[in-house]
Design a protein around this ligand. Structure first.
Ligand SMILES: Cc1cc2nc3c(=O)[nH]c(=O)nc-3n(C[C@H](O)[C@H](O)[C@H](O)COP(=O)(O)OP(=O)(O)OC[C@H]3O[C@@H](n4cnc5c(N)ncnc54)[C@H](O)[C@@H]3O)c2cc1C
Length: 585
């Protein structure tokens, strides 16, 4: 109910894709993108062209997977990272994975390998079917659904599917699942929007995938307090659409990937383009959360008041925990008033000058909702493929989204930014004259991910994120560009530069041997450089399985040891999303 709807044009395209996968049901990765609206202000990532590009890339990958099934129904992908199997194969291969059957990219080993046997899992599936009878088909072992919940077209990390998918419809459903999982020691992986990028949703030990997407209701709206109580399966864009439909001039400012949901957003500690103004999921945007613990117990982390200094901050404990400590089923989110904005873009002689200008703009206190860097290559990609009619600079550029209480205050701030930009060699600040131009410029920026992929025909994108103190960003970008050049990698750069957070879209062809390994190695070198520059292996995407190996380097053994103690206390049987965040949890 509380989801965006797709346009008729997109539905037609979706039907085409549907036929392309030989009559199978569309996997959720496609379904989730397909569910997005293509109209209105949330058109952010959703210009038709963008949506079609995502869906076609997704379809290519999933169709490749589907087409590469052998006659026994086993599904394999030859890109060097994925080995996907049907539920029967899964039972044989992953519940107790023999050495020879492990996917090429290492699947983690757990210190407590005594998970449920195949017979026990079968029994749990039967018990789940008996207990969860209120909704339609809440318990599924359909191979297509297992595939779409364990494999993501957004990631090239090793993928494995669950034994069963459970569509929870209430906190009590989740609690029932966890009680059984706890009793029989079945691994559980939560799933909300499925948009995460670091192999978060893969199920290396099989088990139960708890899909929260049916829990998509806005339960309470407190206009006077500026907050709302929502279920974990609510998509952030849908929340904002709903607030608009109800006539509220407020929004929820965390803006990760399209179709991401509250549960997954909390779990990954997400943010997005608005972070420079509103901060991240680890800020104060979640006032409380309802959590189902690994033993099935239900807790609420705190009350709804804006502030509380009563005891440990358990809400934050679950933010960024990636579903390794419990399952979020509801949360109270804070809302912010919508203020007028206007977008401008300015080209600079280089990244260093661009970042220095941003530093000065922020330190002068100019109100900015977003400050985004796109390097020259990314600007060229957007210019060619971003569906933009305005002439964009073909230079390392900054997109500024100005915010102000009225148009006059924005105009005067634009003058300050123009002056600062000129000081750093910035030329021809292209300032949107009206809302239409503003939307067009912002769409251009939002189309970056897909525009980058269009640079190389038949390619896909290994998207990675790191974050450093803002002043170290130019150094990191320079070193990264040199590295990419030396290794012949196409890698346009995009950054939430106001936070020192940058993404590199490493473009490669999945069907060319060695290309994945090349971009994977480049991403790892980038991470090591970021950590050396006092930064982090991930500013917003989270660890999943892709960044696990860097945690000891970034955090040190002592800090990881405390995390381990917390994990062991809350999840002594190690059933919550095993294999994620750290090998040693
Ligand atoms: C095109 C694109 C652009 C993106 N841009 C950004 C960006 O700008 N900023 C950003 O931060 N991210 C971005 N992302 C990444 C992604 O959107 C975020 O990581 C998002 O927060 C994931 O939410 P989800 O609902 O899809 O989670 P999922 O993918 O479903 O799950 C993510 C993790 O959370 C766990 N989890 C899911 N639901 C729950 C729950 N209810 N309780 C406990 N654990 C749970 C899962 O087990 C998994 O480990 C982008 C992704 C794409 C594809």
């Amino acid at each position: 109910m509380f989801r965006s709807t797709s346009s008729a044009a997109f539905k037609a395209f979706q039907n085409q894709l549907h036929r392309g996968v030989q009559g199978s049901r569309l996997p959720s990765a496609i379904r989730s993108f397909a569910s997005g609206s293509t109209s209105g202000s949330t058109a952010s990532y959703r210009s038709q062209i963008g949506t079609i590009l995502v869906a076609s890339t997704t379809a290519v990958i999933l169709t490749q997977l589907w087409n590469s099934r052998n006659e026994n129904g086993t599904i394999k992908c030859d890109d060097g990272a994925l080995t996907i199997r049907t539920s029967q194969e899964r039972d044989d291969a992953y519940v107790t994975p023999p050495e020879s059957e492990k996917p090429k990219q290492h699947i983690p080993s757990n210190k407590d390998p005594k998970y449920a046997s195949k017979e026990e899992i079968d029994k749990v599936v039967e018990l789940l079917k008996q207990k969860l009878t209120k909704g339609d088909n809440q318990v599924s072992t359909n191979p297509d659904e297992l595939l779409s919940h364990g494999v993501s077209a957004n990631t090239y990390h090793a993928a494995a599917i669950p034994n069963v998918v459970v569509y929870a419809e209430s906190t009590e459903d989740v609690s029932e699942v966890m009680k059984l999982a706890n009793e029989y020691r079945v691994p559980v992986t939560p799933f909300s929007g499925g948009t995460s990028l670091e192999g978060h949703i893969t199920c290396p030990y099989g088990g139960i995938c708890v899909d929260l997407s049916r829990m998509d209701k806005l339960l309470e709206l407190h206009e006077e307090d500026g907050d709302a109580v929502v279920q974990a399966g609510c998509q952030w864009e849908a929340i904002n659409e709903e607030l608009k439909e109800r006539g509220l001039n407020m929004f929820f400012p965390l803006d990760p990937g399209p179709s991401a949901c509250i549960g997954g957003m909390m779990a990954t500690g997400c943010s997005g383009t608005n972070a420079v103004r509103y901060g991240t999921a680890k800020g104060e945007w979640f006032l409380n959360a309802t959590i189902v613990l690994p033993n099935g117990e239900i807790i609420k982390t705190r009350q709804r008041s804006r502030k509380s200094s009563a005891g440990y901050d358990l809400t934050k404990l679950f933010i960024g925990a990636e579903g390794t400590l419990g399952i979020v089923t509801e949360a109270t989110i804070r809302l912010a008033p919508i203020l007028p904005t206007r977008v401008a873009v300015c080209g600079f002689p280089g990244v260093e000058e661009a970042v220095s200008a941003v530093g000065e703009v922020i330190n002068r206190g100019v109100p900015m909702q977003c400050v985004e860097l796109c390097d020259t290559l990314m600007m060229e990609a957007i210019g060619k493929f971003g569906n933009v009619t305005m002439e964009l600079p073909s230079k390392d550029s900054i997109f500024f989204k100005f915010q102000g209480s009225n148009p006059e205050s924005i105009e005067s701030n634009v003058k300050i930014v123009e002056e600062i930009s000129r000081k750093f060699g910035g030329s021809n600040l292209l300032f949107a004259k009206n809302d239409k131009e503003s939307d067009e410029l912002w769409q251009a920026r939002k189309s970056a991910h897909w525009s980058a992929m269009a640079l190389v025909e038949g390619s896909t994108c290994y998207s990675t994120d790191v974050c450093v103190p803002v002043s170290n960003l130019p150094k990191l970008v320079k070193q990264t560009k040199e590295d990419l050049k030396e290794n012949g990698i196409v890698g346009p750069i995009l950054g939430h530069v106001g936070d020192g957070n940058f993404h590199c879209a490493l473009i490669f062809k999945a069907d060319v041997p060695g290309e994945f390994e090349k971009v994977d190695a480049a991403a790892h070198r980038m991470v090591k450089r970021a950590i050396a520059l006092q930064g982090t292996c991930t500013g917003e995407h989270g660890v999943g399985i892709g960044k696990r190996e860097f945690l000891p380097l970034e955090l040190g053994e002592g800090t990881l040891g405390v995390m381990r103690q917390l994990k062991n206390t809350l999840d002594p049987k190690g059933i919550m999303n095993p294999g994620k965040v750290s090998d040693s949890l």
